[in-house]
Design a protein around this ligand. Structure first.
Ligand code: APR
Length: 251
């Protein structure tokens, strides 16, 4: 860490805070070796989302879409949570009211030990029958058959993820906005803040009076709305903030 981060004012706020919400994007998994979507090394630089992450793409060529998800599952299966994920599992235990909302489908928050996670865009380890809507978990990497078929009715299984052009379930959406409007501080970590409705959650939190803390090496459209904005990596900044919190909790 080159520059000393000025965390004092944030720590001052956090020492009197009991309700914290965290919203994460793919950037929190970058230091675990999982590519983001829009960065220079991002997935959308190499692949076209409209060819792989839409219902039309899947109905046109389920095999191609599953080959891409199977490839991503293979990469993710070997990756481990990083210190940024681990701090959030600590905070879930330490703050009286803590909620974790993620756009990520990689399951690394679960792997790190976070328990109560609201997955806005689904989970790459879950499959959904296109006929019965039943969701199953499958951790095979690689998958035994591509495309995978429902054991129950033989129909195609699809990744249980939200594709472009699809909307989130209203239940998840309502829960996400409720959690955002109930917190006193919302951390927004590793997201380019361009995909809705996730990008609106911090604004809902701010409208309800919460302080917004952004952690991102780059500025985003959210930066100007943030009360605190840390330019850096989640895997470095979260442990730093956590370390300062531990110091004051001992004093
Ligand atoms: N720590 C924190 N942030 C980081 C790090 C890091 N080590 N590395 C990169 N970032 C930031 C980037 O600067 C960028 O702002 O993470 C952000 C990643 O942005 P995107 O690639 O757009 O990913 P995300 O915001 O999660 O995308 C949202 O879009 O493609 C869909 O469904 C997909 O859930 C995804 C959604």
């Amino acid at each position: 860490m080159a520059v000393k981060l000025e965390t004092g004012p944030l720590i001052e706020v956090l020492r009197n805070t009991s309700r914290v919400a965290v919203s994460t994007g793919s950037g929190i998994s970058a230091e675990s070796g999982i590519p983001t979507f829009r960065g220079k090394e991002g997935l959308w630089k190499k692949f076209r989302p409209e060819e792989l992450a839409t219902p039309t793409a899947f109905s046109k060529n389920p095999k191609l879409v599953w080959e891409w998800y199977d490839w991503r599952r293979g990469i993710i299966a070997q990756k481990k949570p990083n210190p940024g994920h681990k701090v959030l599992t600590e905070w879930e235990k330490n703050f009286p009211q803590f909620s974790l909302i993620t756009q990520n489908i990689d399951g690394l928050h679960q792997k790190a030990g976070s328990k109560n996670i609201l997955e806005l865009h689904g989970n790459i380890w879950k499959l959904r029958c296109i006929n019965e809507d039943i969701i199953t978990e499958n951790y095979d990497a690689p998958l035994k058959e591509i495309p995978p078929l429902c054991q129950d009715c033989g129909a195609l299984l699809r990744p249980h993820v939200v594709w472009f052009g699809e909307s989130l379930s209203s239940t998840i959406l309502q829960k996400a906005f409720l959690l955002s409007s109930q917190c006193e501080v919302m951390f927004v970590i590793g997201t380019s803040a361009v995909v809705q409705p996730a990008a609106s959650l911090p604004l809902a939190a701010a409208q309800a009076g919460a302080k917004i803390v952004e952690i991102n090496p780059d500025p985003t459209p959210l930066t100007s709305y943030s009360d605190f904005s840390f330019r850096g990596k989640a895997g470095e900044i979260l442990p730093l903030i956590d370390g300062e919190l531990k110091i004051i909790s001992r004093s």
